[in-house]
Design a protein around this ligand. Sequence first.
Ligand code: ADP
Ligand code: GLC
Length: 487
Amino acid sequence: MRKILFATSEVHPLMKTGGLADVSASLPMALSEQGQDVRIVMPAYRKCLHELGHIDSVATIKLEGYHLPVEILQTTLPGSGVILWLVHSPHHFDRDGGPYSHPVGHDWDDNAARFALLSRAAVALATDEAGLNWQADIVHCNDWQTGLVPALLAGREQRPNTIFTIHNLAYQGMFSYDTFKSLDLPDALWHYEGLEFYGQLSFMKGGLIFADHITTVSPTYAEEICTYEFGYGLEGLLSYRAEQGRLTGILNGIDYQVWNPETDTNLSKTYSTKTLRNKAANKLAMQQEFFLPENSDSLLIGLISRLVSQKGIDLAIHALTNILEAGHDIQFICLGSGEAQFEHELRVLRARFPDRVAVTIGYDESLSHQIEAGADVFLMPSRFEPCGLNQMYSLRYGTLPIVRNTGGLADTVVDASDENRKAGLANGFCFNDASVVSLQQTLLRAVGLFARPRIWRSMMLTAMQQDLSWNHSANAYIELYQSLAKR
Ligand code: ADP
Ligand code: GLC
């Protein structure tokens, strides 16, 4: 049994902007089920404090660079026995809005100070400077918000091993030199083999340079980030670490309790591989809910996403517009929020094709389950996708994903080519170029195959039978923890 401190800036259901939150709940739970002593540390955001009610304070600590002491609150992750430590610094975290941004959208001005504080608190907990009589063997850090942890631990004797997981290289936590000075970090860290990146402070580099091991959330993304196209200028460093054997891709799993069409209470009708016909009731429910014609023969396309360029939303809007203009029998339901331009274009699409298109701008957990169950296909034409969870939720719900061949999408979706179908491997549709034409052709391929129910049904079964649980990947992390202890 190893003692693992899992440091993260979001955990479902307490705070979530994306897949990081899902993984930060489901991976620690899977590790705990495999007998590891894993504890999570995250900020005590206002939303967490409200949802959890009274929580005991178990330590008060003074952190370098901060005037006021910080409290550590202890509870358990809802629905599990995993210990959750919340870093309570009201000045930094007890405010309305998201974890990184103001209620109206722009990033908080003090994000560097906020996440440096999270990192310092994680170090104090891991080394037992917090006095909780628990010392970590491994600190598992996630994304730039925890990138300073490996940097702060690196110089110490008797330190825990560190792992840094990249969930998305596009967000690096970059700040000015003045900000670096204001954080009271050791001067030696201002170095190109440290936190400095082209004259700026990079939190992400703290993880990439100083962690004992780097992981990312799919094998294909692990290769992609070592290239110019996906590396954001960090590809040289990442290639170097890969050559040292210090960069691995471990595919995320999904929470089989939360995402299970057989027991999902959000659905109109639950279903499984044995009662597949019940899925149709969920399609009908979505058509009724959104006032779309109640036609089972129309291909219902679902999309749930942060509306940002990463996700290829522009490609989706253009390809769908062309297909609708050409009069093909499709319906489209979209749930998402993000960049104003995409929200606007989706509303325009809805206005142009009111009997074909439904758009909900916002965040809605329950509706996301209903769309996963009700749609025939799930659209995810991402330009890059470190792992992607939605295509996996779709597979589990027998909703065939249409994806670009990149990152975790490439690692989970097998295209419906003749060859793959004959081999019984096909579970969705893939295309290579991030272009409207490629996506459009692939959508039309799906329309064509949807008219052949036997083939479609067998692909649904292949999708639903795929093992997407954490079993395999949680073991891969445990093996990695063990190998670090031996190094
Ligand atoms: P990313 O983390 O890049 O956004 P993922 O596919 O890994 O992409 O995870 C996205 C997660 O956020 C999924 O759990 C998805 O269901 C959820 N999600 C995204 N947008 C919405 C929304 N508007 N309403 C409900 N859930 C959403
Ligand atoms: C990031 C990535 C997404 C991944 C998620 C969880 O948000 O964009 O692809 O699934 O992290 O690892």
